[in-house]
Design a protein around this ligand. Structure first.
Ligand SMILES: [Zn+2]
Ligand SMILES: [Zn+2]
Length: 762
């Protein structure tokens, strides 16, 4: 099928349909296995057609395209190319040969020999380059936002051109409504659409900090985004701030981003954020000056506060010529003003570009790599972000409030405010707290995710790795203090990937208002809902809760590291076979399982003992009443054998009175009714014992899951707690309580075990 022609016609049909464009949706979800037509008997190429697609459209498509579409793994394939060679930078001599499938959402490369599949989400593509024709075909270089970079060599140039032009259209849609999240459907019964959208509420987060209180109040003036449309509706300001102060201050600040509370520490010192004042060379705003004074007064412990401008002094000076600038210490009472020198989005973008070039060198020498990394300046930028964050955290820790801004207050300000909180408060170092921090300081306060991540076609100069740097800085803190964070590196990588994937609506749009206007919570799934189902993959086994209240970043140059796990994630051969954290977590889980099992067995034995001694007592009572004396026994020294004792008790029991419960019910284990603590019958014991794997298969040398998915350095290997075998994340998706565990906690089991357990307990 001619793909371009298909897409043109397709778009034409789409335009005729409603703006919600249900047809595309239906195409993505059509799977050849579907048996029942959803309604009536409309079918297209034997596949049921949803009711909202009219007969006219169906017959029209059938006439225009007499070929049925090809499917791969339930995905409608738009183009399929055979004999494609995939070149890995580290394996240029033996490229793998396979089939390339282009679907509406992914590019899939399948290596038939090894069962290996490489899936590239269109939304993850950063750029595509058609390289000069070679003797083996036409090479297509694809660089991804996840830092994967691959070259496909396609035998025919015309086919390469087709794939190229299709990808260009697909990877960066023009309209936000074409993003992946509006089509994405998780696997059946994975999690509901509303899951995650209500996990975080701004007022609840502030309540955590005991706000509102005597000094801080909720300002209702932004309910309809009148004060500032890139701020949240709920903003917290000093109680003393008057309406006039709020309005004037908002007008005197770039984009209306007036000073508002983002964090209140337990010593009354606070972090407020805003944008630069429109001060130019000499302009003043009395109400803005009063506003800052009102903020200072909320903290009675000091008679001054800091105003931190995160920019280098020279940038701020240059802004004055454009009528913007910074606070003049002479006009603002009791402030101490500081420049801190984080470069702007353009410098950061160029720097990351150089990092990637350093990583892309073909077998570089040590000095070539080090020079390239050095000249990128990346680690210097990371350090200066951490430096500024530390300044804020230290000030707050010592009881001094801080007001932070950069230019518009949505990039550098978001970075340093959130990192300072991460250092100050252990809550933000938990999985839930970190997500709440992102919700508050990045999503609510308006970081422009869609522009910075290039979700849709936009000005390339707006794209910048600001959020990536925030994750990088978090990783630096994590490596310095590995017991202070509840989450692991994988958690950060998943966050990074989904900020760019647009699979979930969470990071779509540039501010809270955008997300409400797009009705994302109704139309898309939430990343938080998805992550809640995978929490066991994100746990740091070394985490000690509340080991320290606040942590400090070590800013010595030797302590700032290059994050190989992020920027060189897809390079084979440079990562450990198993991340240490995974091994540790696995051993911990294995121990937990065994301890739980031991606990269960101990209780079982105790209940048996208890019962037997009770029965023996009953027996003794019975014999003393009916006969005068029990028969003489061998001396105790002769009967130290458990088996002997047990057999003896049994024979005693069988000889007991007729009113004995065992006697009445035909003596057998099946009818032993034990004490209330354990109600399961004794014949369940073998099942209980078999339900817990004592030995777990070693992780080493396991290269594929039983579903034949190959494991690589970043896929998590998970043990089934029932059979002890190793599976990929996709195959371990059931959690059930095992009969052999005392705790009754739901634990991961493989699908095979899950089926067997269901058979056992109908
Ligand atoms: Zn299993
Ligand atoms: Zn698997």
């Amino acid at each position: 099928m001619d793909f371009t022609r298909f897409m043109n016609k397709f778009n034409e049909i789409e335009r005729q349909l409603s703006p919600t464009s249900a047809l595309r949706l239906s195409f993505d979800n059509i799977s050849p296995e579907t048996e029942e037509p959803p309604d009536g008997n409309k079918r297209l190429w034997g596949v049921p057609v949803p009711p909202f697609v009219s007969d006219k459209v169906v017959s029209w498509i059938e006439e225009e395209f007499n070929e049925a579409p090809v499917y791969y793994n339930g995905n409608c394939v738009l183009k399929k190319v055979e004999n494609v060679r995939m070149i890995d930078r580290y394996n240029t001599k033996n490229p793998t040969v396979g089939t390339l499938y282009l679907t509406a959402t992914h590019l899939i490369f399948v290596e038939p020999d090894s069962n290996k599949e490489t899936w590239i989400l269109h939304m993850h593509v950063a750029n595509i380059e058609k390289l000069p024709l070679s003797t083996t075909g036409s090479p297509l270089l694809i660089r991804c936002k996840t830092f994967l970079s691959v070259t496909f060599v396609i035998p025919k140039d015309s086919e390469c051109h087709d794939v190229y032009t299709s990808l260009i259209k697909l990877y960066q849609p023009v309209s936000i409504n074409k993003l992946y999240c509006f089509n994405y459907q998780p696997a059946k019964d994975d999690f509901p659409k509303n899951a995650g959208w209500d996990f975080f509420k701004l007022d609840a987060e502030f309540k955590h900090m005991l706000v509102p209180n005597d000094n801080w109040t909720l300002c209702s003036m932004n309910e309809k985004y009148e004060l500032c449309d890139t701020y949240p509706r709920q903003i917290y300001v000093p109680k003393e701030a008057t309406t006039l102060m709020l309005i004037s201050s908002s007008r005197f600040r770039s984009k209306g981003r007036l000073p508002a509370l983002t964090y209140l520490h337990n010593n009354k010192a606070s972090i407020c954020r805003c944008s630069q004042p429109l001060s130019g060379f000499s302009a003043r705003c009395l109400e803005d000056e009063q506003m800052l004074e009102a903020i200072r007064k909320t903290n009675p412990n000091t008679d001054y506060m800091y105003v931190v401008d995160t920019r280098p002094r020279i940038n701020a000076m240059a802004n004055r010529a454009a009528g913007k600038g910074y606070e003049n210490e002479a006009f603002y009472e009791n402030i101490k003003f500081h420049f801190l020198g984080i470069e702007n989005i353009h410098v950061q973008r160029a720097s990351l570009q150089k990092v990637l070039e350093a990583c892309e060198q073909k077998s570089p020498t040590m000095s070539a790599f080090m020079n390239a990394l050095e000249s990128s300046g990346w680690l210097k930028h990371i350090r200066s972000i951490l430096d500024t964050s530390s300044f804020i955290a230290n000030a707050v820790d010592k009881g001094v409030s801080v007001v932070v801004h950069c230019s518009d207050g949505w990039d550098r300000t978001a970075q340093v405010c959130s990192l300072a909180q991460l250092m100050l408060n252990p809550y933000y170092r938990t999985i839930k707290g970190f997500q709440a921090l992102i919700e508050k300081d990045w999503l609510a306060f308006g970081h422009k995710f869609s522009e910075r991540c290039g979700h849709i076609q936009t000005d390339a100069r707006e794209v910048s790795p600001i959020f990536t740097q925030f994750l990088d800085c978090t990783w630096q803190l994590m490596t310095q203090r590995n017991d202070s964070f509840e989450f692991n590196e994988r958690f950060l990588l998943i966050l990074h990937d989904h900020v760019h994937s647009c699979q979930f609506g969470t990071f779509v749009g540039n501010c809270e208002k955008d997300r409400l206007d797009l009705k994302l919570s109704e139309r898309t799934f939430s990343l938080w809902g998805f992550m809640a189902n995978h929490l066991n993959e994100y746990i740091n086994p070394l985490y000690k809760p509340n080991v320290d209240e606040s942590i400090k970043a070590n800013l010595a140059p030797q302590c700032i590291k290059f994050w190989r796990g992020m920027y060189c994630r897809f390079e084979s051969g440079i990562h450990p076979r198993e991340p240490l954290g995974d091994l540790l977590l696995d051993s911990k889980e294995h121990c937990n399982s065994l301890e739980d099992h031991v606990q269960h067995l101990t209780k079982r034995i105790a209940s048996f003992k208890n019962y037997i001694s009770k029965s023996a007592k009953k027996l003794q009572d019975a014999t003393t009443t009916s006969t005068t004396k029990a028969p003489k026994e061998p001396t105790t020294s002769e009967i130290n054998d458990n088996k002997y004792n047990y057999d003896k008790k049994l024979s005693e029991l069988s000889a007991a009175d007729d009113d004995h419960p065992l006697k009445a019910n035909n003596m057998s284990f099946a009818n032993l009714s034990l004490n209330a603590e354990h109600t399961s019958p004794p014949q369940a014991l073998p099942d209980e014992i078999n339900s817990v794997a004592v030995d777990w298969k070693p992780m080493r040398n396991v290269t594929t899951c039983s579903c034949s998915t190959p494991f690589d350095q970043f896929s998590k290997k998970t043990h089934c707690w029932r059979c002890g075998d190793i599976f990929c994340e996709r195959c371990i998706d059931k959690n059930v309580a095992l009969p052999g565990h005392d705790s009754g906690k739901a634990v991961p089991v493989c699908r095979g075990c899950f089926r067997q357990m269901q058979k056992q307990s109908p």
